[in-house]
Design a protein around this ligand. Structure first.
Ligand code: SAM
Ligand code: SF4
Length: 343
């Protein structure tokens, strides 16, 4: 083994769940609040958690650090909108010490881009290399309609700032029937023309929203078949550590990802767990079982209790989710919104 290879070896063996899956990826929802109200994600009059219930940035750092010490190699900050959490850059800079030590391979975030123009430089300076930006349409009026409160021009300025700062960007778009299905080629040409990957996502039945999800749901198998009439798509083994399956698009020379929780279950390769801003650990996006890590975090200054609680939680990570969207099951599969656990 060369010195460089030895340097890449994880310092600690990863945590294993009951199905032998290595848990190396932690997503942290740093706030449940957001400056948008996307129609598929939130109701317009969302009730948010009282601020006093949130973990402090120091507590979030301590929790993440314990996960890194237990073998997590990739951390993604999400939300709600992670960049609206007060002093979020303090947490990013703190966590970046694990990048410098080599304990962490990647520190990244998923954002709606509204605050990116302000923060892109700071993120790059802290060692963030890639980010995901969610944009469902490039039409300013439709963007306003789907986000309710968003301003596309601001988001696009954020994307420009991030590219100028040297960040790699993946654009995420939720596929919404009758809303953006015909726009995916334009979105793809735009993203690929700027060297960005595009990933399309099926809507997941999480939390009560004002709309009917059966009206929004577009199976990506249908979208793919439609795209294949106009583009040459070739499956490729490219992986970013997430559940997307990628194709190369011959006409644009770019990559297109499909995240298909409903039409193709990706649970067998799941490597992740999700932490909320109140310290609740969800072992599966699509199940209600969760572990409270705030009590053991606050019970002692040492990390032993916390470490034990994490082991117990990973020991009951379920095999998979049971998402379905059809006209008989109108209720969401899980009551919490995506903004609680992050996407
Ligand atoms: N606010 C940030 C953003 O929008 O990127 C981060 C949090 S958001 C919950 C993360 C991702 O989840 C976004 O790409 C969003 O489009 C997606 N999302 C939200 N609700 C969803 C749902 N019910 N089904 C599928 N994707 C959803
Ligand atoms: Fe906010 Fe992201 Fe949910 Fe949209 S998808 S409401 S930006 S948390």
């Amino acid at each position: 083994m060369t010195l460089a290879e030895r340097h890449m070896e994880p310092a600690v063996p990863a945590m294993l769940d009951p199905f032998g899956r290595s848990i190396t990826y932690l997503r942290v929802s740093v706030t449940d609040r957001c400056d948008f109200r996307c129609t598929y994600c939130m109701a317009e009059d969302m009730a948010f958690l009282p601020k006093k219930d949130l973990l402090s940035l120091e507590e979030l750092d301590r929790l993440c650090t314990v996960f890194v010490e237990k073998g997590v190699r990739k951390l993604r900050l999400t939300g709600g909108e992670p960049l609206v959490r007060k002093n979020i850059m303090h947490l990013v800079r703190q966590l970046s010490r694990h990048l410098r030590s080599g304990a962490l391979e990647e520190l990244t975030l998923t954002t709606n881009g509204s605050q990116l123009a302000r923060y892109a430089g700071g993120l790059a300076d802290a060692g963030v290399r890639r980010i995901n930006v969610s944009i469902d349409t490039l039409d300013p009026d439709k963007f306003k309609a789907v986000t309710r409160w968003g301003d596309l021009a601001k988001v696009l300025a954020g994307v420009d700032a991030a590219l100028a700062a040297g960040l790699k960007i993946k654009i995420n778009a939720v596929a919404l029937k009758g809303f953006n299905d015909h726009e995916i080629p334009d979105l793809m040409r735009w993203a690929h023309g700027r060297g960005m990957d595009l990933t399309v996502i099926e809507t997941m039945p999480m939390g009560e929203i004002d709309a009917d999800r059966t009206d929004q749901y577009l199976p990506l198998s249908v979208l793919r078949a439609d795209l294949e009439r106009r583009f040459k798509l070739t499956d490729i083994p490219f992986k970013t550590g997430g559940p997307a399956r990628y194709v190369d698009v011959a006409e644009t020379g770019g990559r297109l990802g499909f995240i298909t929780p409903l039409t193709h279950n990706f649970c067998e390769s799941c490597n992740r767990v999700r932490l909320t801003c109140t310290g609740t650990l969800y072992m599966c996006l699509g199940q209600d079982d969760a572990a409270d890590l705030r009590a053991p975090l606050r019970a002692s200054e040492g990390n032993e209790l916390l470490s034990q609680a994490i082991d117990e939680a990973i020991g009951r990570k379920p095999k998979g989710h049971d998402f379905v969207i059809d006209r008989r099951t109108r209720k969401p599969a899980v009551a919490r919104h995506m903004s609680v656990t992050g996407g």
